[in-house]
Design a protein around this ligand. Structure first.
Ligand SMILES: Cc1cc2nc3c(=O)[nH]c(=O)nc-3n(C[C@H](O)[C@H](O)[C@H](O)COP(=O)(O)OP(=O)(O)OC[C@H]3O[C@@H](n4cnc5c(N)ncnc54)[C@H](O)[C@@H]3O)c2cc1C
Length: 425
């Protein structure tokens, strides 16, 4: 039996503690907040989308970074096992649209409750309002315990770092795990906000704030640097899109948000492309350009004396037609019959490719997850143990793995936490 300290009572930490205690180890969880699972509580808008029912082989398609690193952890504790765990621990679950799994109660606190009640039964203590300040090493290569911020030292044979990333700091994730990893000599990949809204350089999206566009398509391409670099995308060749997707987009006071934008943000690397990205919005993805031209032509012919800007309003939800007219550069005072075929063609091309410049993302406080983290090259994927420091394990968002929305990020936390806990010797 080993003495195990788990740092962090979030999704990964609670599941790591469950697995380690089930293996017969003596487990202590240290949590700086006053309660467990503060972030779980706000997931899925308070309902907690705890996993996704997709085929396990398809799971990895939803992981943005380092999917192969997750093979062992996901296959050894997959979504079916996660569902079974919660069902067995008093939290029945249901599957909704998009294979998203939620507690039947629709209450995220029932998810945390299932984990804490399992730990209570296993006599695992959680020390709340207690912050780990440093991890202690015997020789440079062996964990011997942790030091708390009141100076006390707690001995242990293994430490599992489940401190989360940097998003939504108020839930306790303040990046302490990166500091622990660096102090142990491990590499940490640069971090940035992900699953996060975009800031748009143009001012017009602000005028549409609150407007949601449904059934639209966006294509996002890096803006090439003026300085040519070795990278293909910077060498004068046309940059390839990093993302193309269909769905819903919301205009805000700073730019754009909504499910499609959040997913797209996982593919936009601003460290690699500091000049930002070009977003092209196709407001009519189901209609080919020539068909759209015929349709607009017909609208103009039906009301030749109307202002063309009023005539095209019927194609869009409120106010968006004004923006299209303004961006087209065609005087809004002109009538439908005065629009020539060249102008008609340009107008339709614009409707199918409204350009926006993504200048950056919102900050960590609005990001669902953190991109980057403890480098997966430092970690044995079959145990979650550091390759260089014996007894030091990492699980959850602190690692350089992240996925799109749909329950995949919590599944990563459950699986990596479970594998770390059950791998303790
Ligand atoms: C608004 C929002 C909604 C989300 N919705 C979903 C969803 O529906 N489905 C989904 O799959 N994912 C969702 N996610 C992502 C998901 O919540 C996270 O990926 C997941 O919770 C990460 O778990 P974790 O245990 O690694 O980290 P965390 O949940 O961040 O837990 C880390 C814990 O460590 C503690 N800690 C940190 N440092 C110390 C220290 N030095 N000493 C002691 N304790 C410490 C923190 O207080 C915290 O409790 C959402 C995220 C957000 C922000």
């Amino acid at each position: 039996m080993s003495r195990v300290i788990v740092i962090g009572a979030g999704a990964a930490g609670l599941m790591a503690a469950v697995a380690a205690s089930d293996m017969g180890h003596k487990v202590t969880v240290i949590e700086k907040n006053e309660k467990a699972g503060k972030k779980i509580f706000i997931t899925g808008k308070g309902r907690c989308n705890l996993t996704n029912d997709c085929d396990t082989n398809d799971f990895f398609d939803h992981v943005a970074r380092n999917p192969k690193f997750l093979y062992s952890s996901i296959y050894s504790f997959d979504h079916d096992m996660v569902k079974a765990f919660f069902e067995e621990n008093g939290c029945p679950v249901k599957t909704e649209r998009g294979e998203r799994v939620f507690p039947v109660s629709d209450h995220a606190y029932d998810v945390t409750g299932a984990l804490t009640s399992h730990l209570r039964k296993a006599h695992v203590g959680i020390q709340f309002n207690t912050k780990v300040q440093a991890i202690l090493f015997d020789k440079p290569k062996q964990v011997r315990g942790v030091r708390l911020d009141d100076g006390r030292e707690l001995p242990s044979d293994a430490v599992i770092v489940c401190t989360g990333g940097l998003s939504y700091k108020s839930t306790g994730s303040t990046g302490d795990g990166y500091r622990f990893a660096k102090a142990a000599g491990l590499d940490v990949t640069p971090t940035s906000p992900s699953l996060v809204p975009f800031e748009i350089a143009e001012k017009w999206p602000e005028e549409l704030q609150g407007l949601a566009l449904k059934n639209i398509e966006v294509t996002i391409t890096p803006i090439q640097n003026e300085e040519p670099e070795k990278d293909n995308c910077h060498s004068g060749k046309k940059a390839k899109p990093v993302y193309s997707g269909f769905g819903e987009m919301l205009f805000t006071h700073f730019g754009v948000s909504g499910p499609l934008v959040l997913t797209a943000s996982t593919m936009c690397d601003f460290v690699k492309y500091p000049s930002g990205f070009r977003l092209l919005l196709d407001t009519k993805p189901a209609i080919p350009e020539n068909e759209l031209e015929n349709r607009v032509k017909k609208i103009f012919e039906e009301a030749p004396d109307r202002h063309y800007v009023n005539a095209i309003q019927s194609l869009f939800p409120s106010r968006f037609g004004d923006i299209i007219a303004r961006l087209s550069g065609i005087d809004i005072g002109r009538t439908a019959k005065s629009i020539n075929s060249k102008e008609l063609g340009e107008l339709c091309r614009l409707i199918k490719a409204v350009p926006m410049t993504i200048s950056g993302t919102r900050g960590f406080d609005e990001a669902v997850i953190t991109k980057g983290g403890v480098s997966v090259k430092e970690i044995d994927p079959s145990t979650m143990e550091s390759k260089s420091v014996s007894g030091l394990y990492f699980a959850g968002e602190v690692l350089d793995v992240d996925a799109v929305t749909g329950g995949f990020n919590l599944q990563i936390a459950w699986s990596t936490g479970h594998l770390a806990g059950s791998s303790i010797r």
